[in-house]
Design a protein around this ligand. Structure first.
Ligand SMILES: Cc1cc2nc3c(=O)[nH]c(=O)nc-3n(C[C@H](O)[C@H](O)[C@H](O)COP(=O)(O)OP(=O)(O)OC[C@H]3O[C@@H](n4cnc5c(N)ncnc54)[C@H](O)[C@@H]3O)c2cc1C
Length: 367
């Protein structure tokens, strides 16, 4: 369920291994998604093992530098030891969707409305009215979905205080090898180039900060422009979308990893703070470990569900639990103005702290 990076990866991995896979995605490709579009290089060896060469086929920009600036535009720059790629979700998701089909996955553009587990199998109801059943279901429906409501997942009961806005811009001055994170009151904005040479600008802000203003333009002028870097960028860059894209109710709360026997992948299992720039890599990685657990425990008609769930749980916590914890701590620091300002000064004074944070929130190359 869900054809973002986690669902697409699992569909590719499993269909390559001869499993019969149906990928159900709510909305057609290609389309833009609210995302910083910085993808850590840690995914490259794994994607290559699936015969996927995004560097050759999609030509992302190579990013090796990080610039972080405080609200007062005091900045530090550091090299990213592993580095990453600037790549639009418009191109990436569509490309992986076509790969999934090429490797034999069946696909359906429709929304799953309901799911239940009975007599050791899942029954799904789609918005078209179609009903399906399957022995295994992977929940890769992202950070917030109607499925979370129908499963009555705990995190969905609470309101979340974050929203995010993004657009692409034309800006010849912005360096190609850089990802920039600029702080402003109540949030931060990430800037980096994508494969088409445009700059993706994506900012996250708390409702509390945002609701004081009438619209995004006023918010930009009154708040984002307090940071001279952001003022410079938004004054000179030319917006390429007719309208900014936005999403609301972004939640960083802990989520159940396995819900009613559905293995949750990617953001459906837990969203790492976007400031860490690692959610896309984690989604891809979770697709890998879920697929491996399925392959190890579902052979022929024999399915060892207990072992499948145990293996997935164990591997998920090995790879992601600490990263998510660090992300949550970072988020708490950033929403507290006093802690945010102290930490900015600390990072300025001790730049190696930034490198430490990066290594704590990123993984090793996935093999
Ligand atoms: C503001 C912001 C900036 C970010 N920046 C970065 C960054 O620079 N680098 C990075 O690595 N990560 C970043 N992330 C995180 C990254 O976007 C996510 O971690 C990643 O997209 C998760 O992939 P996913 O497959 O779990 O979910 P998604 O990519 O969200 O895919 C979920 C899919 O499920 C579909 N779906 C939902 N419900 C249903 C249903 N009922 N039936 C069928 N389909 C359904 C949706 O349409 C969607 O296509 C950012 C996140 C945010 C919010």
């Amino acid at each position: 369920m869900g054809g973002g990076l986690a669902g697409l990866t699992a569909a590719i991995h499993l269909s390559r291994e001869g499993k019969r896979v149906l990928l159900i995605e709510k909305k057609a490709y290609p389309r833009h998604k609210v995302c910083g579009e910085y993808l850590s290089n840690e995914v490259l060896p794994y994607l290559n093992s699936l015969d996927i060469d995004i560097q050759k086929d999609l030509k992302p920009v190579k990013i090796h530098e990080l610039l972080y600036s405080t609200q007062k535009a005091k900045s530090i720059e550091t090299s990213l030891s592993l580095g990453g790629m600037g790549l639009s979700r418009y191109a990436l998701d569509d490309f992986l969707f076509k790969k999934a089909e090429e490797y034999g996955a069946e696909t359906l553009i429709n929304s799953v409305e309901n799911i239940n587990f009975e007599k050791d199998k899942f029954n799904l109801k789609l918005s078209s009215g179609k009903e399906l059943s399957a022995p295994i279901v992977l929940g890769a429906f992202g950070k917030r979905s109607n499925i979370d409501k129908s499963l009555e997942r705990e995190f969905i009961q609470e309101k979340s205080s974050w929203l995010a806005i993004k657009s692409h811009y034309e800006d010849v001055e912005f360096p190609e090898n850089l990802v920039a994170l600029h702080n402003f009151e109540g949030g931060y904005c990430g800037l980096s180039k994508t494969e088409t040479g445009v700059v993706n600008a994506c900012y996250m802000v708390s409702y509390k900060s945002f609701k004081k203003y009438r619209n995004t333009e006023e918010f930009k002028e009154k708040v984002l422009f307090q940071n001279a870097y952001l003022k410079g960028f938004f004054k000179r860059a030319k917006p390429l979308f007719e309208k900014d894209l936005s999403i609301a109710q972004i939640s960083f709360q802990e989520k159940s990893l396995i819900n009613n026997h559905i293995l949750m992948l990617g953001d459906a299992a837990g969203l790492i703070h976007p400031l860490c720039g690692n959610g896309m890599a984690m989604a891809i990685h979770s697709g890998k470990i879920a697929s491996e657990a399925v392959l190890n425990n579902f052979q022929g008609n024999n399915l060892d569900r207990k072992n499948l769930e145990n293996q997935y749980r164990q591997n998920w916590s090995t790879y992601f639990e600490n990263r998510l914890k660090t992300g949550r701590i970072l988020q708490r620091i950033l929403i507290n103005p006093i802690l945010a300002s102290t930490s900015q000064q600390l990072v300025k004074k001790f730049p190696y702290l930034l490198e430490k944070i990066i290594s704590k929130t990123h993984g090793q190359p996935i093999v």
